[in-house]
Design a protein around this ligand. Structure first.
Ligand code: FRU
Length: 478
């Protein structure tokens, strides 16, 4: 009998040849075909970075979750590997939900949520989520060990275990929902199999969400970061504009103590599409984060093309002055740079300047002299669908995307940092843009869907002048 893993491989092999490449990423990770959501089990093991992800190989829609799998030596060149986990049951009969990976001696261990309904009706009352373990010696084939933590009494939503080693113990945080309160629960173990319940690490106060998904808990520059993806935050001014958020609380923690923090939830990304980020350590000790470069319930026009969903670039975190988390593209991303093309001019006077055509894999560098730039808006556009500009009156940096044919229209923006220059590193792939601001102060990521002929890069200044200190782009090559 063909196993579920073999069936998944056969399906993907066939489906892969039918992919329309027009929006398929050139240097980001996406599934070979079918559906992808959260990154899972990001880890360095035996000379490779591994990225697993929520995957439905059988269609371009979410369905019974599998773990897709890819590996890389450098975080930018990815090699697809066979699907690692399928919902083979009994603990995960309706899906292998999100989770994490750790290296335990010579073994790669995956800890993930087994998702299952009891009875024939798929309602929340019949939903059970438990934490499961699978292990591998070769990093490719996994042995399943079933459930290691059962659903706590009274809970239904209990998922997305993130495991790490600290001192002599393994620790795990799990996202959960108690009535309409999001929580993160903490567990401790010596062997990844027997887990001791350490109680609630953090929970939503005020209007901080009914469910906290995909928690992660790590040290950064002497502080402790609780990163998670809350559902149910109300939009407030320019904040929390997406359906769901991802962000962090910063504080202090020691084993056996509560997590003390200031309650300030800060979004990880201010664009339209970024969710369920997870972090891992590189062998040289950098804290890297990768997220799903999409949002639940987005139209995902690439579904017409046989695939859905992609992951963000790897981003390196550090702790800046004022205790804010800085987010920069990981150093490895620079390895993609090919030729550099300086912009043809540095001064714009109420005009447009053509920079490049066919920009489908580029890194653009723009350093604006803010004091010398009086234009009402100045920035860069990709065809007619995307523009990234300074709104001088509002003092905001805006990402404006307009693809009305796919019901994708609207802006996201951040307050301009106080500095006298504004430095942007903008990564454009076939259907994504990621804007990194001033050495890590902010990041805005959105999916984009340019039609053929809509990939000209144009600098512009409206109603006034704008001055660039530095400007150009690299073509990015794999
Ligand atoms: C987050 C999430 C997780 C869950 C997974 C299911 O996007 O909802 O909470 O484990 O996706 O695919």
């Amino acid at each position: 009998m063909t196993s579920l893993l073999e069936q998944a491989e056969q399906t993907l092999e066939k489906a892969q040849s039918g992919i329309n490449p027009r929006w398929y990423p050139r240097y980001h990770l996406a599934a070979r075909a079918g559906w992808m959501n959260d990154p899972n089990g990001l880890v360095w093991f035996d000379g490779w970075y591994h990225a697993f992800y929520q995957h439905h190989p059988y269609s371009i829609k979410w369905g019974p979750m599998h773990w897709g799998h890819a590996r890389s030596k450098d975080l930018v060149h990815w090699e697809h590997l066979p699907v690692a986990l399928a919902p083979e049951g009994p603990a995960d009969k309706d899906g292998c939900f999100s989770g994490s990976a750790v290296v335990d001696g010579d073994t790669l261990a995956l800890i993930y949520t087994g998702h299952k309904f009891h009875g024939s009706v798929d309602t929340d009352d019949n939903l059970y989520q438990v934490q499961c373990l699978a292990t591998s010696r070769d990093g490719i084939h996994f042995e399943r060990h079933g459930m290691v933590i059962d659903t706590p009494p009274g809970l239904h939503h209990f998922r997305d275990p993130k495991v790490w080693r600290e001192g002599e113990y393994w620790y795990m945080v799990v996202g959960s929902r108690v009535e309409n309160t999001g929580q993160v629960r903490l567990y401790r173990s010596t062997d990844l199999r027997e887990w001791h319940d350490e109680g609630i690490l953090a929970e939503a106060e005020d209007d901080m969400g009914y469910m906290w998904e995909c928690p992660d808990f790590f040290t950064l520059g002497g502080k402790r970061v609780l990163m998670f993806s809350p559902q149910g935050l109300a939009a407030e001014g320019y904040k929390n504009r997406n359906l769901f958020q991802s962000g962090y609380l910063l504080g202090e923690w020691q084993s056996g103590q509560p997590f003390s923090h200031d309650g300030q939830f800060i979004e990880m990304d201010n664009g339209h599409d970024f969710y369920a980020p997870q972090s891992f350590l590189s062998p040289d000790g950098r804290r890297i984060v990768i997220g799903w470069l999409d949002m639940w319930e987005s139209p995902l026009p690439e579904q017409q093309d046989g695939w859905a969903g992609m992951l963000s670039l790897p981003r390196e975190l550090s702790l800046g002055d004022n205790n804010c988390v800085l987010i920069k593209p990981a150093a490895e991303v620079t390895a993609l740079r090919g030729n550099y093309y300086p912009a043809p001019a540095h001064n714009l006077n109420n005009q447009k300047i053509f920079v490049a055509s066919d920009a489908d894999a580029v890194e653009v560098l723009l350093t604006w002299e803010r004091n010398a730039s009086t234009a009402e808006q100045y920035g860069i556009a990709l065809g007619e669908g995307l523009s990234i500009y300074v709104d001088n009156q509002a003092q905001r940096l805006v990402v404006d995307r307009r693809y009305p044919e796919f019901s994708l229209e609207g802006t996201r923006s951040i307050a301009l940092p106080a500095d006298s220059t504004l430095s942007l590193r903008i990564f454009i792939d076939r259907s994504s843009v990621e804007v990194f601001v001033n050495e890590g102060e902010a990041c805005l990521s959105s999916r984009i869907y340019p039609q053929p002929g809509q990939r000209d890069l144009i600098l512009f200044a409206n109603h006034g002048t704008a001055t660039l200190k530095d400007a150009g782009y690299w073509s990015l090559n794999k």
